[in-house]
Ligand binder design. Structure first.
Ligand code: SF4
Ligand code: SF4
Length: 476
C-alpha cells in the first residue's frame, strides 16, 4: 500500500511518526519520507537534465559522434566545432565562468546546484525512490535494516540491488561513451574487445555509483562534499534560501486534542514533518546548516501541514534571513559582490566568444629563422628562411598550397612551396620555405610579407589562412 501523504494523515498520526525521524548526526542512515509537492515536482524536472548524459553520446553528425572527447587523437568534437590542445586556453575561461556562476548562484540562492542538479543528489534521489518502491515507507525500511537476513529480506534486497546495479552499469558505460564511439563501445564491451582503460573506468563508475548513491548517499553531502564547507562563506543574510520563519513559528508547541493553544504559541506545531522529508536529515528550524542542500522539500511538507491546520502556508519558505527578521532587503544592484561576480562572468564570456569567433579550420603560423636573418646569394638575391606551421582542424587530411604577396616583392621566388603539401588532420604540419627576392627590388631593410595557405576539403569547399611575417635584407 502506498505511503500516506501528509494531507491524508491526522495530526495525531503525524505526531506518532514524528519521533521516528531523527536529525542527521552521521550515525544512522536517513530514510526520508517521500511526498508530492511543488518542490518535489521541480526536483524531478531538474533531475531530467541528466538524460543528456545518457543519450548525448548517441547523437551523430555525418559518420561520426556529434560530441566526442577523443583523448587518444587529442581532439574534442562538439558538433561542427573541433578543439585541439592549442585551443584549450579557452577552457580556463569556461572553468572560470562556471566557478563564478556557482559562486553567484550560491551567494544569491544558496546550494541550488546541490538540491536540484548535482549528480550525487540526483542519483541518490533515484536510488532512494527505488528503495522506497521495494522496501516501503521509512518505518518499514528502518525495520528491514534491523531484521535478520532471512529469505524475504534477501529477496527484497536482491531486487533493489539489481536495479541499482543496472543503473550503475548504465552510468559507467554512458561516461565512457563520451570518449569513444558509443555504438562500437557496446559491441566491444560485450565481445571483450574494449580497451583495459574502458573496462577499468566502467568498473570504477559502477563501484563509485553503488557506494556513493546507494550506501553513503546523504552522508556524502553532509560530511564529504567540499562545496558544503565553502558555502558558509558565500552566503550571507541577504541570500535567498529555504528558511524557517522564526518570529512566526516560535514558540513552537504541539496541538493537544481538546485543548486550545497557549497565547504565546507560534505556528510551528512541532510535527517534525520538515525533518521527516529532508533527504539529508536536517532540522531547518535550527537555521542554515552545512547539510542543507536547499531542495525545498521541507517547504512542501510544512505547507501541507499548514493547510491541514488552516494556517497560511510559508512558515518555511525561500527567503533571506534579513527578510525573515523584517529588515530592509538590499536590491541586487546595491550589492557589491553581485557587481564583482557579474564583471568576472562577463570577462569569461568575452574570452570564450573571442576564442570561438577567432577559430579557423585551417590555421597558419610563420616562424622566421633568426640565424642567419638573411643570406646574400651569389646571384645577388636575398634569401630568407621560414618555417610555416599549418594546423588542420578538420577530420580529413587536406592538400594545401602556400603562396606569398609577390606584388610587393618583384621577382619573388619560393623554394619548398612547389612540392605537394598534405596537412594532416588534427595536427600541425611544418613546412620549410626559402623566399628569394632580387636585392635591387627591396626598398626597405625589413618589409612585411604575407603568407597564404589554402586548400579544399572533399566537398570542394575552400579554406584558407593568412599570416604576416617580415622579409629582412641588408642595410640600404
Ligand atoms: S516547521 Fe512546519 S513541518 Fe516543521 S515542525 Fe513546524 S509545523 Fe511541522
Ligand atoms: S532542510 Fe529543507 S531545503 Fe534543506 S535539505 Fe532538508 S529538506 Fe532540503
Amino acid at each position: 500500500m502506498a505511503e500516506k501523504q501528509i494531507h491524508e494523515q491526522s495530526i495525531e498520526e503525524l505526531y506518532a511518526e514524528a519521533n521516528e525521524h531523527t536529525i542527521n548526526v552521521g550515525d544512522v542512515k536517513i530514510h526520508a519520507k517521500r511526498m508530492g509537492g511543488k518542490f518535489r515536482n521541480l526536483k524531478w524536472l531538474s533531475n531530467l537534465v541528466w538524460i543528456v548524459f545518457f543519450i548525448g553520446p548517441y547523437l551523430r553528425l555525418g559518420d561520426r559522434q556529434a560530441i566526442l572527447l577523443d583523448i587518444p587523437e587529442r581532439q574534442f568534437h562538439i558538433f561542427n566545432l573541433t578543439l585541439l590542445p592549442q585551443d584549450l586556453w579557452m577552457l580556463s575561461f569556461v572553468l572560470l565562468f562556471f566557478a563564478i556562476l556557482l559562486a553567484v548562484v550560491t551567494a544569491l540562492a544558496g546550494r541550488i546546484w546541490c538540491g536540484f542538479f548535482c549528480f550525487q543528489t540526483v542519483w541518490t534521489d533515484v536510488f532512494t525512490w527505488i528503495e522506497d518502491k521495494f522496501e516501503g515507507s521509512p518505518a518499514k525500511r528502518r525495520k528491514l535494516d534491523k531484521a535478520k537476513w532471512d529469505m524475504p529480506k534477501i529477496m527484497i534486497r536482491a531486487k533493489k540491488y539489481s536495479v541499482w546495479l543496472l543503473i550503475s552499469i548504465l552510468t559507467g558505460i554512458s561516461f565512457v561513451a563520451w570518449f569513444t564511439d558509443a555504438y562500437d563501445l557496446w559491441v566491444d564491451l560485450f565481445t571483450l574487445n574494449a580497451s583495459s582503460t574502458a573496462y577499468i573506468t566502467v568498473f570504477l563508475f559502477i563501484g563509485g555509483t553503488m557506494f556513493l548513491a546507494g550506501f553513503l548517499r546523504e552522508q556524502t553531502c553532509f560530511w564529504l562534499c567540499p562545496y558544503a564547507r565553502i558555502q558558509a562563506v558565500m552566503i550571507d543574510d541577504t541570500s535567498i534560501v529555504p528558511s524557517y520563519d522564526v518570529p512566526r513559528g516560535e514558540k513552537r508547541g504541539r496541538l493537544l486534542k481538546g485543548k486550545p493553544a497557549s497565547e504565546d504559541q507560534g505556528d510551528c506545531v512541532d510535527c517534525n514533518q520538515c525533518v521527516a522529508v529532508c533527504p539529508t536529515g536536517v532540522d531547518i528550524r535550527g537555521g542554515q546548516q552545512e547539510g542543507c542542500i536547499m531542495c525545498g522539500l521541507c517547504i512542501d511538507a510544512c505547507d501541507a501541514v499548514m493547510e491541514k491546520i488552516n494556517k497560511p502556508i510559508g512558515l518555511i519558505k525561500y527567503a533571506s534571513w534579513d527578510g525573515i527578521m523584517g529588515k530592509e532587503e538590499k536590491p541586487l544592484h546595491k550589492r557589491p559582490r553581485v557587481w564583482v561576480y557579474t564583471a568576472i562572468l562577463l570577462i569569461s564570456i568575452i574570452g570564450v566568444v573571442t576564442g570561438l569567433s577567432g577559430m579557423e579550420s585551417l590555421e597558419l603560423k610563420v616562424l622566421h629563422a633568426r640565424q642567419p636573418l638573411f643570406v646574400v646569394q651569389s646571384d645577388g638575391t636575398i634569401q630568407n628562411h621560414y618555417t610555416l606551421k599549418v594546423l588542420n582542424k578538420m577530420n580529413e587530411d587536406m592538400k594545401v598550397s602556400i603562396s606569398a604577396n609577390d606584388d610587393d616583392f618583384k621577382g619573388l621566388t619560393m623554394i619548398g612551396a612547389d612540392k605537394e603539401i598534405v596537412a594532416a588532420h588534427g595536427t600541425v604540419t611544418a613546412v620549410t620555405i626559402f623566399v628569394k627576392v632580387p636585392r635591387k627590388n627591396l626598398t626597405e631593410k625589413s618589409q612585411p610579407i604575407v603568407f597564404n595557405v589554402e586548400g579544399k576539403d572533399g566537398q570542394g569547399k575552400l579554406y584558407q589562412s593568412k599570416r604576416e611575417s617580415v622579409f629582412i635584407g641588408p642595410k640600404r
